[in-house]
Structure formats: C-alpha cells, structure tokens
Design a protein around this ligand. Structure first.
Ligand code: SF4
Length: 509
C-alpha cells in the first residue's frame, strides 16, 4: 500500500464535516486551534522571539487549564539569557484581547508571563497594556495552519512529550505493583485525614469533630473555611432551633448569607426569605459575635448546585434529623456488601425533600419544574473517603477496636470511584499516560494518585525538576517494593518527601 496514493477515507473526511471548522473560520484561525498549536508546540521552537525581539525558549508549554483563568498554567520559559521562569500563558487572537477579555482587571491573570497571539506588531502590546512579553504565532508555525488544523483536531489530552518523567517507569510496573503503590499512597492520605480529625477531636470531642469535617467537605474547595467557621460556632446557634427550617434560618443568618432584600419577582423565594427573617431577627443580636461577613464566601466559578446556601440547608436537615454520629456508627457495624456501600451511606445522608431547596438552586434562580436532590452520589463518595471513614477509623484506632478499624479499611479500599475532576484528569495523563477515567479502579486509587501529586508534583514544576519520584519508581521496576533499593539520597530540605516515600514503602512491604 502506497501511503501517498489517493485515500478514499481521507476524501470522505475532507468532504464531510467539522474538520473544516478549525481552519475555515475566516482570516483568523479559531483560538482553540491556537491553543492546540501551543500545547503541541507546532512551532519552530528554535526561533521564537517576542514582539520586541527577545528570544523565547519553551521548556514546558504548561498544562491546559480547565477551570477558567489563563489558558495554560505552570509553563516554564526562558527569555534571552535570563534564568528560566515558571508562570502562566494566555492565548488570544490579538494583543487587544488582553483588555477586551478583562484580563487586565482579573487577578487570576497576574502570573501570566507570556501572551501568545496570532499576529500583531511590536507597538501593539503597549496599546493593549498586556504582559511585556508577547509572542505572535502566525510566522513561526511548523506547517501551514490548515494542515495543523487537520493534524490537531483529534488530539485531546496531554501530548506524549509532555508527560511526567515518572510516566515511563510507572508504565513498566506490573499492574499489581502499580495498584499496590496507589493503594499505599492512598493509605498515607487516609491516615493524614484521620490524624487531623483526631487532633481536633481531642479539643472539641468526637461529634463536634465530625460536624466540622462534614461542613468543611460541604464547602468544596471554594468555601471550606467559612463553612468550617459556621461549624465551629454550632454550640452557639444550634440550641433551641427545633426544626430544619429554624436551623436553616440561624445558619443563613450566622453565615452572613441571608439576603437583606426580597427578590420582588420570585414569590416562593420572597415567602421563604420573610419566614427566615421572622426567625433570624430574634437571634441576630445574641449571635452577632459569631456572624460571618458575606465577603468571606466565594461565589465565582461555583456551580449552582454547590452554592453554600443550599449546602447549609442540607446540613440543617442532618442536624434536625438528629443522632447522625449514632447512625454512622450503626452503618459501620452492619454487614453491607461492597456493591451496596454507596447506597447504604446515601440513605443516611440524603434528605428526602426540602420545601424550598429541592426546587431552587439559589435564591436568585427560578423554581425548577422537577425537584433536585440536595446531595448527589458523587458527594456521598467525597463525604465517605474524606470524613466518614477517616472519622470512624481514628475512633476505632483510639478505642482499640481492631474489628471496626479493619472493616473501615476494607470499605475504603472497596469504595467505588469518585467523580472525575480536573486534578485527577491531569494526573492520570501526566503520570499514568491514561486519558480514560476507568484506568483508576476505585476511590482509593484516585486518592493515591492525588497524594502523589501533592507529595511530588506540587514540590516540582512542569518539567519535573528535582523530582525524586521517577527514580524511586525505577528502583521497583521488575521487582518487589523493598525499602533499601528504592531509598535515595535526598538533598537537605527534602526530608518531607523522604518521609512520605518511606511511609508508602513501609505500607507496601
Ligand atoms: S513532578 Fe514528579 S511525580 Fe509529578 S509528573 Fe513529574 S516526575 Fe511525576
């Protein structure tokens, strides 16, 4: 078969569709294509210069951002003879995009070290008032833009060349070795969580430590601290509130999240707010010293289902139902097959219905036509692996109950996978070279991978500088995990990594 001969399939492909969308969008290529060009570095890498003539060497293009902010995070670049610098890269079609898209006002863009554009003249930057370093791609591509559009259209995920230095040695591990490594890293993560719960329980008691950690988990990553702040003053605002609604009113008041204005357009919402204020005005003065300012909450980039007002309502139902700690203890004592773990815990945490929040995402949103659960399956798994199981484990450990401790460990290792997220997605591709979410089996393997990211990737950079992990993994390839062969000499200041590694290793052997 002559690869140069006409290919009917290529012709079908050309004729049919969306492949053209990338390169037929007019005089400018789509921004998405420029992002793909940057990610795959389809440029003359040896001859890149900023608009003001400074040579740029791309040591790493950074990782595509999936959570807003600059297009690429953590790039490593060298400008002229200066030392390499790490920072973000933003891609726009033209220099004016910097201001037109509001990047100049957005603090998320303050670490941008290179503005990549399609074309522009040297004077264009100062007019746009963007970063000093601007690189135009139009004349440095390694192939015509139409050809690149075809080549890159199906490329998703991290290019092979951008994988971590540990990816190759990890691939050489036998499947059971890799599973053992992830499991052991997961144990470290689990024990760290349990230790934090224990430390808090020593000050405030087991039940309060449980509540504080549940509230933290309900804060997701944006509102962990204010949620914890509300939980820490529970002994002030919870007594005397005799229903889920009364608890909600107090929590909304104490959190600073009870709106002071009616919507005047949503009747149900205004009825709810009037009732809540009827409760809250009586308590407001007495609880003034533990009331949070609204400004401590973050709403930017929050999915409506995760809005803290809705999460507080969920916690109000848990509190009103009573005896949550006892129900959790009953759950761990009961015999539950692995496939029923999620459902059985969901029965404890799911709220049947809330008269307002089952029908509204936020105070601003219109009433939904179908009720929505206050807690999805994915959050049950988060609560299980981050709070419920570590809390039970540390209690059993402190109380000397080996049977319960072993059962908690068994359930943790058997727990089904959590919802995929951007950290896991990048880590899977970077460390394991696997785009498929199913390449990680179960929540414990996911937790293990996240722990490796925390212990190694977060102490290194996009080019894996000074990372000990590949060497440690290489020491295990083709053999057993043993402490001696995989010990490495660490520079001063690396003792934390060493401790973590030894924890992992000793848990495996
Ligand atoms: S920093 Fe280390 S652990 Fe992270 S991808 Fe690079 S080599 Fe792997």
């Amino acid at each position: 078969m002559d690869f140069r001969a006409d290919n009917f399939y290529a012709a079908w492909r050309e004729r049919s569709r969306a492949v053209l969308a990338l390169h037929e969008a007019g005089p400018m290529p789509p921004e998405k294509l420029l992002q793909a060009v940057w990610q795959h570095q389809r440029v003359h890498r040896g001859g890149l210069k900023t608009l003001d003539g400074k040579p740029v060497r791309v040591l790493h293009p950074g990782f595509a951002s999936v959570e807003g902010g600059p297009d690429f995070r953590g790039a490593v670049l060298q400008f002229g003879e200066a030392a390499p610098v790490a920072g973000d890269v933003e891609i726009d079609l033209q220099p004016g995009g910097w201001r037109a898209h509001g990047h100049d006002q957005n603090p998320a863009f303050k670490n941008v070290i290179l503005h990549v554009i399609w074309n522009g003249s040297p004077g264009a930057r100062s007019k746009a008032q963007g970063p000093e370093t601007v690189l135009a791609l139009e004349n440095v591509l390694d192939a015509p833009i139409g050809e690149l559009a075809r080549a890159l259209e199906n490329e998703s995920g991290l290019p092979e060349a951008l994988r971590g230095k540990c990816c190759a040695p990890l691939r050489e591990l036998a499947p059971e070795q890799l599973a053992g490594l992830l499991r052991s890293a997961a144990k470290v993560r689990f024990q760290n969580k349990a230790a934090a719960i224990l430390a808090r329980a020593k000050h405030c008691g087991w039940e309060q430590a449980l509540w504080e950690n549940l509230f933290r988990a309900l804060g997701y990553k944006h509102n962990v601290w204010p949620m914890l702040g509300v939980a820490e003053t529970k002994s002030r605002w919870a007594p005397g509130a005799d229903s889920a609604f009364a608890l909600q009113a107090r929590m909304l008041g104490v959190s600073g999240l009870l709106p002071v204005e009616l919507t005047r357009s949503q009747k149900n919402t205004d009825t709810f707010l009037r009732r809540a204020w009827d409760c809250w005005w009586r308590d407001r003065d007495a609880l003034a010293d533990c009331t949070l300012p609204r400004t401590v909450w973050k709403f930017h980039g929050l999915r409506p289902a995760n809005h803290p007002q809705r999460r507080l309502a969920l916690a109000a139902h848990w509190l009103a139902a009573g005896n949550l700690a006892g129900k959790i203890e009953g759950w761990i004592a009961a015999e539950i097959p692995d496939q029923a773990l999620l459902d059985s815990l969901q029965q404890i945490f799911q709220v049947k219905q809330d008269e307002f929040w089952s029908w509204h995402w936020t105070f601003q949103s219109a009433s939904m036509t179908k009720p929505q659960p206050l807690l999805g399956e994915a959050r049950i798994t988060d609560l299980a692996v981050n709070v419920v199981l570590p809390w039970l484990w540390t209690r059993a450990n402190e109380g000397g109950s080996d049977r319960i401790r072993r059962e908690v460990e068994r359930r943790f290792l058997a727990w089904p996978s959590a919802e995929d997220n951007s950290v896991l997605k990048l880590a899977r591709q970077r460390l394991l070279g696997a785009a498929n979410a199913r390449s990680l089996k179960g929540a414990a393997q996911q937790q293990g991978l996240m722990q490796i990211v925390r212990d190694f990737c977060e102490h290194s950079n996009a080019v894996c500088a000074d990372c000990q992990f590949p060497e440690l993994v290489r020491g295990c390839v083709g053999g057993e995990f043993k402490p001696e062969p995989v010990r490495v000499k660490l520079e001063p200041g690396k003792s934390k990594s060493e401790r973590v590694l030894n924890d992992i290793i000793s848990a495996v052997v």
